[in-house]
Design a protein around this ligand. Structure first.
Ligand SMILES: NC(=O)c1ccc[n+]([C@@H]2O[C@H](COP(=O)([O-])OP(=O)(O)OC[C@H]3O[C@@H](n4cnc5c(N)ncnc54)[C@H](O)[C@@H]3O)[C@@H](O)[C@H]2O)c1
Length: 251
């Protein structure tokens, strides 16, 4: 099946984690025909490892270190990517993390700000930097990553609230830019044993399994498959959708 990736350039944020969603997305897009992948992460060594894996598939790739919460770093990243490959056709906004939890009354304002910056504002900053080029070429695919936790209500978690904002951002932006040939959609993952889950992974698995109908965690490949659909020309008429990839845990 031709997904329309030939000659395309993709930027994937948070693609340094060697067991994370971003790397799996970068590799699948490369495997399915993208010409070049811009691998972003706050950790340059890890991003470089993903670059090496993409190159091993015979595609082009560069690693760019940038903190997606910092506008100047984001703008510099997009400038570098455009200088290298002239365009960005696909943007996967993947970088994110839970920074804190705990009872609402004890939560610190500084943590709210950091949590919102990483999990919501960063996605807006990268998207805003990439959009002008997509509008100019009348083509673009933007895929945001939210979380099944938006609908699971584990207490007041700024992380989940920030990811809810990502979903609303997806709806609002999608309607505005579809006329410019840009599709904006969102994948909402279930729990996955990546570096996102801190502490004992087996303990986490035991906690989550009972509420997961499929009987396993979500894999990076599950997420990459969904992102590839939204990044492809198979979904040209799909606009502003949130796709739960959660093995039924959000039903
Ligand atoms: N794994 C899960 O259970 C799960 C579930 C739902 C949603 N998600 C979301 O999926 C996305 C990917 O998570 P993952 O599971 O691959 O986690 P991961 O921790 O394995 O990878 C996240 C990557 O983001 C990078 N990163 C962190 N802060 C950054 C910043 N400021 N700028 C640039 N890069 C930064 C990290 O260095 C890391 O390489 C995140 O947005 C996360 O919130 C994960």
């Amino acid at each position: 099946m031709d997904l329309g990736f030939k000659g395309k350039v993709a930027l994937v944020t948070g693609a340094g984690s060697q067991i994370g969603f971003g790397k799996a997305i970068a590799l699948l897009l490369a495997k399915e025909g993208c010409d070049a992948i811009v691998v972003n992460d706050i950790n340059l060594d890890d991003a470089q490892k993903t670059v090496n894996a993409v190159k091993a598939l015979g595609r082009k790739a560069i690693a760019i270190k940038a903190d997606i919460t910092k506008k100047s770093e984001v703008q510099e990243m997009v400038k570098k990517a455009l200088a290298e490959y002239k365009k960005i056709d696909i943007l996967a906004n993947v970088a994110g993390a839970i920074l804190g939890t705990g009872p609402f009354a004890d939560q610190k304002e500084e943590l709210w700000d950091k949590e919102m910056a990483l999990n919501f504002k960063g996605t807006m900053l990268v998207t805003q930097a990439v959009i002008p080029g997509m509008v100019a070429q009348k083509y673009g695919k933007i895929i945001n990553i939210s979380s099944g936790s938006v609908r699971a209500a584990f207490g007041v978690s700024t992380y989940s609230i920030a990811k809810g904002a990502v979903e609303i951002f997806t709806h609002h932006l999608a309607k505005g830019v579809i006329k410019d040939g840009i599709n904006v959609n969102c994948v909402s993952p279930g729990w996955a044993l990546t570096n996102f889950i801190k502490g004992d992974k087996q303990e986490a698995e035991k906690r989550f399994l009972p509420s997961t109908p499929i009987g396993r965690g979500t894999t990076p490949e599950d997420i990459a498959n969904a992102v590839a659909f939204f990044a492809s020309d198979m979904s040209s008429d799909v606009c502003g959708q949130i796709l739960d990839v959660t093995g039924g845990s959000t039903l």
